[in-house]
Design a protein around this ligand. Structure first.
Ligand code: COA
Length: 379
């Protein structure tokens, strides 16, 4: 058969700059708007809102009324409990499993226990996952670290408070709680990033909500995406002072190594979320008496700008901020996932509202047509 399609050379790699669909959820670096969720500036939200309100805004399209907000917060609190058979699976997952693998498994398992259906529609699954993925991590973590899950009556309040309290067993400080709350808002949504696009692609096949989210978790795990906050912490922790950081960074750059937490596919000058989380990292550094981590981070930022004109993205200063909140490094990316569940959910619902199968074409660069030979005739 003759090939009829003319192979075209792609103009860009990794779909860079390609508009892959319409969305009314978020603008990223749009001229005159910057980063907005449903038209609200990220600066206003980070200053005045909270994660649960943002999750409602993203999944429902409008800010909640006071009554809606009260009911939503209470609803999330009641949805934090985990089914017994999910708990059984979670405690069988090894202590050295990556927590992203734990939530990927937990999410998939919940899809078997509480499948999406007419009586458990997508928006309800979204609420359930936003509420109970934090519980999955805490339950597995505390099982292996000898801690206790917060009692049912303590599962009220914000996601940030629930998570920090569940992790340390103690009431978290107000600033740590607000820092995590702000970070969850910053991480909640970012239009067609790799994990969201994965979720939309899966949703576009008319697959179920859990499959779309499970796939998105897998996409987020990699260090070029959500895994960057964990990788940034691994880097920052290596250095005992800013001078050692500068020398180490210059050596890495000489070897053409990538420095996680820097650069961005869409932003070219700066990431508007970075300044916000940096301020929180600075504040917590002062409160916790840090004399190393924050100065080292600032020096890395300076060297990256001087050497490569690369700026920190949200992941870089999130590393120090989370560390000062007392969060273990391996839980950084799962926190990103908890936040992004709101964005993924909004996108899955939006994709379904005007669905078209996502199925692009490739630019073929393989051999031209050739004749098949039987195995006995091959040398
Ligand atoms: N450290 C060192 N160099 C970097 C870099 C980084 N973090 N980010 C980009 N560069 C360099 C590349 O080496 C490349 O240089 P070259 O042209 O000399 O080969 C150039 O900048 C373009 O990078 P590329 O990876 O092709 O651009 P992209 O648009 O695909 O990259 C990212 C976007 C985010 C994947 C990239 O900046 C990166 O890998 N950053 C680190 C991971 C990270 O923080 N991810 C979270 C993103 S929010």
């Amino acid at each position: 058969m003759k090939e009829t399609k003319t192979a075209k050379k792609p103009k860009t790699g990794g779909l860079a700059g390609i508009v892959a669909g319409d969305s009314a959820i978020c603008t990223v670096g749009l001229e005159g708007q910057g980063l907005t969720y449903r038209g609200y500036s990220i600066h206003d939200l980070a200053e005045r809102s909270n994660f649960e309100e943002v999750a409602w805004l993203l999944t429902r399209g409008e800010l909640p009324t006071p009554g809606e907000f009260k009911i939503y917060r209470a609803r999330l609190a009641t949805l934090r409990d985990l089914p017994g058979s999910l708990k059984e699976i979670l405690i069988r997952l090894p202590m050295d499993a990556h927590p992203m693998d734990v939530i990927r498994t937990g999410c998939s398992m919940l899809g078997c226990l509480e499948p999406e259906s007419e009586t458990n529609p997508g928006w309800q699954v979204a609420d359930r996952l936003i509420a109970c993925v934090p519980s999955m991590i805490l339950y597995w973590w505390q099982h292996h670290h000898g801690g206790l899950m917060p009692a049912l009556e303590e599962r009220v309040g914000s996601t940030a408070h629930f998570f920090l309290k569940g992790l340390s067993g103690k009431a978290p400080s107000e600033s740590a709680t607000r820092c995590l709350d702000v970070s969850l808002m910053l991480y909640a949504e970012h239009e067609f990033n790799a994990s969201t696009f994965t979720a939309r692609t899966i949703a576009s096949t008319l697959s179920d909500f859990y499959s779309a989210v499970t796939g998105a978790i897998g996409a987020l795990r990699g260090p070029l995406h959500g895994g960057a906050n964990e990788a940034a912490m691994d880097l920052i922790e290596k250095f005992r002072d800013p001078e050692a950081a500068e020398a180490g960074l210059r050596a890495s750059l000489k070897k053409k190594e990538k420095i996680m937490g820097f650069g961005h596919r869409v932003y070219t000058v700066s990431d508007p979320r970075s300044d916000i989380i940096k301020q929180w990292a600075a504040r917590l550094a002062q409160e916790t008496g840090d004399k190393v981590l924050f100065p080292v981070s600032e020096r890395i930022e300076k060297v990256m700008w001087d050497e490569k004109e690369l700026f920190p993205n949200l992941d870089f200063y999130s590393a120090a901020a989370y560390h000062f909140c007392g969060i273990p490094t391996s839980l950084f990316t799962p926190l990103f996932a908890i936040a992004r569940l709101a964005g993924w959910s909004a996108h899955i619902l939006e994709q379904r509202s005007d669905n078209k199968l996502i199925r692009p074409v490739s630019n073929y660069v393989g051999p031209t047509q050739r004749e098949y030979t039987f195995i006995s005739e091959r040398r």
